[in-house]
Structure formats: structure tokens, C-alpha cells
Design a protein around this ligand. Structure first.
Ligand code: NDP
Length: 341
């Protein structure tokens, strides 16, 4: 199958790319710079991969050319900002997330008739309700939608990020449902919560670690030593990056029944203290970087202070035996060692 993968330099996309090539698919991936394109080409020599530069996904015509490459059957759109280094949430987050999504869908509908399935990397951020994260009577599932609106993007950087994901996903479903757009492909979204896992060593350094792995990096580099494990935050679900990548491939290529679905891919709940404990048990060489066990912090909130969730529809469709937390953290730390931790 010929697949277009956007944002090939990303943490999750690097695993999608690996798995696609391993399974014998042909891939065109987009990145923002020639520098990253070269690193990816070097890591994956051979004829099955083409790396194309799309400098700015916030331009409405960003993807017009690349989608015309003949014979693309599946598009996996992962590119979207996930960091908090911006001043203006509109231009820093919302525009690339939202225009990136609508521009690729428009381009496909207009000029890529061979595309049968499009998978967009949405997020658990598009599912949650910020005011209900500590409510034990709330059950988040594939049918839950974050009520956040564009008016809320100046509340906090976290809210702005969540809005970028919600608005982009909503725009995607709206686009495919509008008969005027003459859409011939099916859409599916992957809605992962916090994604943790090994980093592609050819793209990363310890200082440029992606947002969702930062807490593991913080733990092994001594940032929690004096304070104890950092507060986890109120969104407590997680998934291993290799399973998140596999979910994209199953939904895009392997499972017809994933068409039209939102897939809430999660392996369970976690807390930062759990990350610390796995590292303490398995990596004695980091002992002098870690807080002592009597330092409090990062604990799992009690049951009556956290939401519950139901991802059974997704589990049934994907049938993935999720990688357990302990293995995920161990493999993540090993990969951080390779980049200098
Ligand atoms: P990364 O930051 O590693 O990857 C983001 C990707 O998007 C990179 O390829 C990046 O390019 C590209 N990108 C970001 N901003 C722009 C922009 N303005 N224009 C063009 N390209 C851009 O993060 P992840 O791999 O974690 O994220 C991938 C996707 O998964 C995103 O859609 C994110 O929202 C989603 N997601 C991630 C979760 C997580 O916990 N990691 C959880 C839920 C969803 P470059 O390398 O050049 O910066």
C-alpha cells in the first residue's frame, strides 16, 4: 500500500514510519526542513521511502502538490504542534492544527481520488472536559467531546493545545460529512492520551525531547531529585508510542471496520510516581539523580478524585494487546540513554 505520512520527524510518526516500512509499504513522508529530511533518508535507505518538504502546514495550499503523487491509498496526518513554546496560541497552535487538517482533506478530496482512508492523529485532549477531570461520575469514551471553544484559547497554554486538537478533529468530521466536498474516502481518528516510549535516536537529543516524554527525561536527569516526582496533572491515561503507531496502521490499512471511528487508544492510567518507581527499581545507575523514596509527589489521586473512562469500543476494533507500563518506561529510559541521559 502507498501511504502519505505527514510530520515524519515527529515522535509518534517516526514509529509509524518504521512499522510501515517493516511491513513492506511504500511511504511518502513530509517534514518541514531539509535537515530533518536528510536524517530520515539516512536512517531508512532504500526505494520505499520518499521524503518531501512541506514548510508550513498553516498555508491553505500546503498539501496541494504532495497529494498528487500517483497511487496514494492511505493518508496518515500526524503533523500538528505539540509544545508550549509559543506566544500567540492562534498562530502558534490553532492555525497549523486546524488549517493543516482542513487543507490536507481539501487537497485529497480535490486531487487524490485513489485515497480510500485518512487517519488523523487527534487526541484524548479532544475527548476530555477540563472541569470534570476530578469527577468520579464522569466516564470519558469515544463519544465524548471536549466542549472547549476558540474563545478559550487564552485561558492557558494547556487549554490552547487541547482546543487545537478538538477544533482540528471537529473540522475534519464536519468536512467529510458535507456533501459539497464530494468526499470519497473514509476518515478515522486516533485519540491517544499521553504517549510515552522510545525516541528515534537519529532525530533526538536530550534537550529536544518531545513534550510527552519530558517527564521521563526529567526523572532521569535529576529534575525531581529535590522536589520529589512532579504533580502528574489531572489527565491520567497513557499509551506506549509503539502501540499508538500500530493503531494508526491498523486503522489506516488493515481494518475496514475502523472507518468512521474515533479510536481512544489507551493502555490505562498512570502517575508520575509510577514512572519514578519503575526507574528506581530497574536502573540503579540513576540512583543519585532520583529523589529518595520518602519524598512525596506525583501520586495517583484517590478514586473519588478522578474521572473514569471506557475505551472498550476501541479495544474491540483494534484488538491490540497493549504494552504494559513497566516495559514502556524501561524501554523509554534505555532510548534516552542512547541520546545521552
Ligand atoms: P512531536 O512534536 O514529536 O511531533 C509533531 C510533528 O508535527 C513533527 O513532525 C513536527 O515537525 C510537526 N509540526 C509541528 N508543528 C508544525 C508546524 N507548525 N508546521 C509543520 N509541522 C509541524 O509530537 P508527537 O509525535 O507527540 O505528536 C504527533 C501528533 O500526535 C500531534 O498531532 C499531536 O497533537 C498528537 N498527539 C500526541 C500525544 C503525545 O502524548 N505525544 C498525545 C495525543 C496526540 P518538526 O519536527 O519540524 O517540529
Amino acid at each position: 500500500t502507498k501511504v502519505l505520512l505527514t510530520g515524519g520527524s515527529g515522535f509518534i510518526a517516526a514509529h509509524i514510519l518504521d512499522q510501515l516500512l517493516q511491513k513492506g509499504h511504500k511511504v511518502i513522508t513530509t517534514v518541514r526542513s531539509e535537515e530533518k529530511a536528510e536524517k530520515i533518508r539516512k536512517a531508512h535507505p532504500g526505494d520505499d521511502l520518499e521524503v518531501v518538504i512541506v514548510p508550513d502546514i498553516a498555508k491553505p495550499d500546503a498539501f496541494d502538490e504532495v497529494v498528487k503523487s500517483p497511487g496514494i491509498e492511505v493518508v496518515l496526518h500526524t503533523a500538528s504542534p505539540f509544545h508550549f513554546n509559543f506566544d500567540d496560541p492562534q498562530t502558534g497552535l490553532i492555525d497549523p492544527a486546524l488549517i493543516g487538517t482542513t487543507s490536507i482533506l481539501k487537497a485529497i478530496a480535490r486531487s487524490a481520488p485513489s485515497v480510500k482512508r485518512v487517519v488523523i492523529t487527534s487526541s484524548f485532549a479532544a475527548i476530555i472536559h477540563e472541569d470534570h477531570l476530578e469527577d468520579p461520575n464522569t466516564v470519558f469514551s469515544e463519544s465524548s467531546w471536549n466542549p472547549v471553544t476558540i474563545k478559550d484559547i487564552h485561558n492557558s497554554k494547556a487549554t490552547a493545545y487541547r482546543a487545537s486538537k478538538k477544533l482540528a478533529e471537529e473540522a475534519a468530521w464536519t468536512f467529510v460529512q458535507d456533501p459539497a466536498n464530494n468526499v470519497k474516502f473514509e476518515l478515522a481518528t486516533i485519540n491517544p492520551p499521553l504517549v510515552i516510549g522510545p525516541v528515534a535516536h537519529y532525530l533526538n537529543s536530550l534537550d529536544s525531547i518531545n513534550t510527552s516524554n519530558a517527564r521521563v527525561a526529567d526523572c532521569v536527569t535529576g529534575k525531581w531529585k529535590e522536589s520529589g516526582p512532579a504533580p502528574t496533572g489531572a489527565a491520567l491515561n497513557w499509551i506506549d508510542v509503539r502501540d499508538c503507531a500500530l493503531a494508526h496502521i491498523k486503522a489506516g490499512i488493515e481494518l475496514p471496520e475502523a472507518g468512521g471511528k474515533r479510536l481512544f487508544t489507551t493502555a490505562g492510567s498512570f502517575c508520575n510516581r509510577g514512572i519514578y518507581e519503575v526507574i528506581r527499581r530497574n536502573f540503579p545507575e540513576y540512583a543519585d539523580k532520583l529523589p529518595s523514596p520518602d519524598k512525596k509527589g506525583g501520586e495517583m489521586p484517590p478514586d473519588d478524585k478522578r474521572y473514569s473512562y471506557d475505551a472498550s469500543e476501541t479495544d474491540k476494533i483494534l484488538g491490540i494487546d497493549w504494552i504494559p507500563f513497566e516495559k514502556c518506561i524501561i524501554d523509554t529510559v534505555k532510548s534516552l540513554k542512547e541520546v545521552g541521559a
